[in-house]
Design a protein around this ligand. Structure first.
Ligand SMILES: O=C(CO)COP(=O)(O)O
Length: 297
């Protein structure tokens, strides 16, 4: 997103545009590129994600890190938003996650129950809401049904809707796996078809295409894969997530390729805060150097 005027081309109502403008042009990189800090892993994976850097279990530490690193926003669940966001309101935008689950039960029929509302997001001063949609899960029908209420409310309240589009379930595993190009590309398209304003995807692995027939076998480079995903998302803006800790260069390449495809930016969590404070900030500086916009978006 190069300019404020580009927001007019996304088919959004005035409130959504105003809030997205605040996120993209008044905070963080301030140039229409987004770098978000997600911090819902304590719910999704449990405290083990904080073992590498125990101070990261403190939400106040994460809020300070997000502000010092000049992120465009933090994505957190309602419990933390209620108790920690006000101290930093105005300094960093809030994306309130409206659903979530633990990883204690198996993912066979993944569904992320809704536990907060768009009205909660308005009450808390959020600038966007987040919803995790498990594309391909046997529970997909119930997921679509609860998602529908969120989408309707987000439209009514002028609240940008960010969909964490995660392929899941046996059928996905049989078709190349949750990180395959087939699965990630399909998930991005589903989010777009269902009215997401922004979709967050895991970076697709073009090589994980076993069991998938043409035309997928033509996709062989990471750049081709992410290009395809951004194309499938069309007017839904694309964010690429970080995943488990990996080498910094690998993360920088992800960011660069996402931007090369015309993506909106990145949402990197563990790779940022699973290390000491100064090292996190140095990593973020390097990341921003790779968040260079594609000329067409
Ligand atoms: O969006 C995310 C979690 O909600 C991505 O987090 P990670 O970068 O830690 O994978």
């Amino acid at each position: 997103m190069q300019t404020r005027a580009a927001l007019n081309e996304l088919g959004l109502n005035a409130g959504k545009k105003a809030r997205l403008h605040r996120i993209l042009f008044d905070h963080g990189l301030r140039n229409g590129t987004a770098l978000f800090l997600p911090y819902d892993q304590g719910l999704e994976h449990g405290p083990r994600d904080f073992f590498a850097n125990p101070v990261a279990s403190d939400p106040a530490y994460i809020m300070k890190l997000a502000i010092a690193g000049e992120f465009n926003g933090v994505a957190i669940q309602i419990g933390l938003a209620e108790k920690f966001f006000w101290d930093y309101a105005g300094e960093i935008p809030l994306i309130l996650k409206l659903n979530g689950k633990t990883d204690i039960p198996s993912d066979a029929a993944a569904l992320s129950p809704v536990h907060a509302s768009v009205a909660d997001a308005v009450r808390l001063g959020a600038d966007a809401v987040g919803y995790t949609l498990y594309v391909g899960s046997p529970a997909q029908e119930a997921d679509f049904a609860q998602y529908r209420q969120i989408r309707t409310d987000a439209e009514r309240f002028g609240m940008p809707l960010v969909v964490w589009a995660y392929p899941r379930g046996e059928a996905i595993e049989a078709k190349g796996g949750k990180d395959s190009f087939y699965a990630v590309d399909y998930a991005a398209r589903v989010a777009s078809e269902l009215g997401a304003d922004v979709v967050k995807v895991n970076f697709p692995h073009p090589s994980k295409r076993d069991n998938v027939k043409a035309p997928y076998e033509e996709i062989f480079s990471p750049q081709q894969a992410i290009d395809g995903v951004v194309r499938s998302a069309n007017r839904t803006l694309v964010l690429v997530s970080g995943g488990e800790r990996a080498g910094d260069d690998a993360m920088y390449r992800k960011a660069e390729q996402a931007m090369g495809a015309g993506g909106l930016g990145c949402i990197f969590g563990r790779n940022v805060w699973q290390r000491g404070y100064d090292e996190s900030l140095a990593f973020v500086d390097g990341l921003k150097e790779n968040l260079v916009q594609h000329p067409s978006r």
